[in-house]
Write a new protein. Structure first.
Length: 231
């Protein structure tokens, strides 16, 4: 009998859960970062960092790397919620619920289709967009939103504190992307497993973002055009 990739992945997750006791968080790991970023991976021009958080057992992760595309194009990819599933793993639904009037902020819903027996996770965030008028550096900062609708069969998680920073480099021809991920999927998933899985997310996300920004059908959004007029 040939098993699907999803089934194999579920079995692998269950095997890890069964092989490690409930005290696995006490096992040796990376050196204590004491609130500072610690480099844990450097491949393909992408650096991944981790940082301990004094207020949570969940680690923060950071990835940074240069994308071979101008900032207008990369920022347009980040703002295109409907196509998020093309470059962010396991996303089954993503949409901007609304732009907040008189601001550069919007409310976004993202649903992750997780393999059985884990319930899907939904994140509803208020995203603040800011562009420095002198340096043209763009930042996307995620906050919890109180507009989260009830989603059947899913658990509501949090991305409070997550931030993406985009900086034009090499005369604007390329973009330095830095992403800080602070996500809490809530529910009964143990912290040690979330931390273990989170180590690979910055690298995979940046690689996918590079590919997405290079697609022929990616265009600069009107919002980004207005922000970078004259750049």
């Amino acid at each position: 009998m040939k098993l699907s990739r999803t089934t194999l992945r579920v079995f692998a997750v269950l095997a890890v859960l069964l092989a490690i006791s409930t005290h696995a968080a006490d096992a040796p790991g990376d050196a204590d970062s004491h609130g500072a970023w610690v480099l844990i991976r450097d491949d393909d021009g992408i650096r991944t960092y981790r940082m301990d958080r004094p207020d949570s057992p969940l680690l923060a992760f950071k990835g940074e790397g240069v994308i071979d595309a101008p900032i207008e194009r990369v920022l347009s990819v980040c703002l295109d919620a409907e196509r998020a599933g093309e470059w962010i793993g396991l996303v089954s639904e993503s949409a901007v619920l609304r732009w907040l009037p008189g601001s550069r902020a919007y409310v976004q819903l993202t649903r992750f289709d997780l393999p059985w027996p884990v319930r899907d996770r939904v994140f509803v965030s208020q995203v603040e967009l800011d562009v420095d008028p002198r340096s043209y550096v763009a930042t996307l900062t995620y906050h919890e939103s109180d507009e989260a609708p009830a989603i059947a069969g899913a658990i509501l998680g949090s991305t409070e504190g997550t931030q993406f920073t985009l900086q034009p480099v090499e005369g604007g021809a390329r973009t330095l992307f830095t992403g800080v991920g602070i996500a809490d999927p809530k529910g009964a998933i143990p912290a040690w497993f979330i931390n273990w899985a989170g180590r690979s997310i910055p690298y995979r996300t940046l690689q996918s973002l590079r590919r997405q920004a290079g697609k022929d059908d990616v265009t600069v959004s009107p919002v980004v055009e207005s922000l970078y007029e004259g750049f």
